[in-house]
Design a protein around this ligand. Structure first.
Ligand code: ADP
Length: 483
């Protein structure tokens, strides 16, 4: 079952709010009750002291505890004024002061009054339970001595029970409880509304992101999310937008790639088809020369397919190198020799200079030859007659092997330089087409160099502008020693 983040957050928030509300209401209620109890107990204490004084006065007048039950009953029921005892002078005082005191302390709690005479016999019990019995020492309550002229004539025992429901004390505590409950409920409701608004705001970028991700998943790479905050969500949104942009670019690149591949394949295929059809229609003779043209076209096609395969392997990281310890100087010289059929007709001089320190290097010799063939092939192709190509092989300070291939050819313009390693990029389309290149050579070279852990850069122009045509190009390769 799917539970949305919003509800999860709200749930957690609600639990926290309820726990806090319970803790707050419990502590507020118990501290109010405690303070109220304290207040009541102080009142009760004062009242009890006064009552014991009144009882002392009663005793001093009556000289016995006879009739004390009437007196105490009237005190308890707060109707002293009507009782016969009120006629006595000191009860007037009790009426004024004690009635208030009695109200203050009696009017809330179920009090129990027990009066014990000086022999330990109970002469009054407001609960009418133990009158005439000896008081036991574990009877609960606070004791107040009743003394007349320093002689203790009895003991007053006051104990309190539950709050009487409907009493002012109970009403007070009830109203406190109600207002706490009201504040807690109001607080919880406000918190829920605020929480819902906030969490809705918090989770809205996620919902937006989810919508956009679904759209991207379905192939709509133009989807972007709006960044409205500066938090982690904004960072995720930025990364998402970056990813969507990369996907969009990759998709555009893929479409271009497919179009380029189709275009490149079509050229030789059309030529082959045209030649074959012309031969079938006997417009062209079916001879050696035509077959040689067909062969060249199919070779070109094969090379293109091979290049595409190699490039795909390199781009998807599936190109496996077969490295071994080889002598790069020897390979360079062999490659230069193998290219003599291309350099000799153009009278191009090839200068090779190899650092004698470099004897062995960890390389995939087959791929290394491919790199050299591509770079030297281009240098020969784009260098006019009587030009010079120089190859320098050195160990540089970082320990890497540096290979510089420099020609006195036509050079590469500043506009073309940044794209020279892009696949299917040809500085001059018509010229390269005639020379047979599909614009994959340098792209493959770059991948092969990088597969060796190296780097390739290009500089142009590198020589003086000679006779208005020569600018020169230099490719610089850096290959690490490798393990
Ligand atoms: P191609 O197979 O068409 O030669 P490359 O990837 O090898 O493709 O080269 C891409 C383009 O770079 C070429 O079309 C050419 O315009 C330019 N280029 C490469 N090497 C040189 C060079 N040494 N001098 C001048 N231009 C060059």
């Amino acid at each position: 079952m799917r539970i949305s983040l919003f509800f999860k957050l709200m749930g957690a928030f609600l639990v926290l709010i309820l726990i806090s509300a319970l803790v707050i209401s419990f502590t507020t209620l118990s501290s109010t009750r405690h303070a109220f109890n304290q207040f009541s107990s102080n009142n009760r204490n004062q009242w009890s002291i006064r009552l014991s004084e009144d009882l002392a006065f009663f005793y001093s007048v009556s000289d016995s505890w006879e009739g004390v039950d009437e007196f105490l009953t009237s005190v308890i029921y707060n109707d002293a004024r009507q009782s016969g005892l009120m006629g006595r002078g000191r009860i007037d005082r009790a009426d004024k002061d004690h009635t208030f005191q009695i109200s203050g302390s009696m009017d809330g709690y179920n009090l129990r009054l027990v009066l014990v005479d000086n022999t330990g016999i109970v002469v009054f019990d407001s609960l009418n339970k133990i009158i005439g019995q000896t008081i036991s020492s574990d009877e609960p309550g606070t004791t107040y001595p009743v003394s007349v002229s320093n002689d203790q004539v009895g003991t007053l025992l006051v104990s309190s029970g539950e709050i009487i429901s409907g009493s002012p004390a109970a009403n007070f505590l009830e109203s406190v409880r109600r207002s706490i409950l009201f504040s807690v409920v109001a607080g919880v409701l406000i918190a829920i509304v605020m929480g819902a608004l906030l969490f809705n705001q918090f989770t809205s970028p996620l919902r937006q992101l989810q919508k956009a991700a679904i759209a991207v998943g379905k192939g709509d790479f133009r989807q972007r999310v709006k960044i409205q905050s500066r938090d982690e969500f904004a960072e995720v949104g930025l990364s998402f937008n970056q990813m969507a942009e990369n996907l969009e670019n990759a998709e555009v690149a893929r479409q271009h790639y497919m179009a380029d591949v189709a275009h490149e394949l079509r050229t030789p295929l059309t030529a082959i088809q045209g030649t074959v059809e012309a031969m079938q229609d006997q417009i062209l003779p079916l001879d050696e020369e035509q077959l040689a043209i067909l062969h060249t076209q199919t070779t070109l096609l094969n090379r293109l397919v091979d290049d595409l395969r190699l490039l795909t392997l390199a781009e998807t990281g599936q190109l496996k190198l077969m490295r071994s310890m080889v002598n790069p100087g020897v390979i360079v010289k062999q490659t230069v020799d193998s290219l003599k059929p291309m350099t000799t007709p153009k009278n191009i001089s090839v200068l090779v200079q190899i650092d004698p320190e470099i004897q062995e290097w960890q390389l995939d010799s087959h791929r290394f030859i491919q790199i050299l063939n591509n770079l030297l092939g281009n240098a020969i192709r784009y260098t006019p007659e009587n030009g010079t190509i120089s190859i320098l092989l050195n160990r540089v300070d970082s320990g890497d092997m540096e290979i510089k291939i420099k020609d006195t050819g036509i050079g590469i313009t500043q506009d073309d330089l940044p794209h020279i390693f892009d696949r299917f990029y040809r500085a001059d389309k018509s010229r390269a087409r005639i020379s047979g290149g599909a614009g994959l050579g340098l792209s493959i070279v770059k991948h092969l160099v990088e597969a060796h852990g190296g780097k390739i850069t290009v500089n142009s122009p590198v020589s003086e502008y000679i006779e208005g045509q020569s600018m020169g190009t230099e490719f610089v390769l850096r290959l690490p020693a490798g393990q």
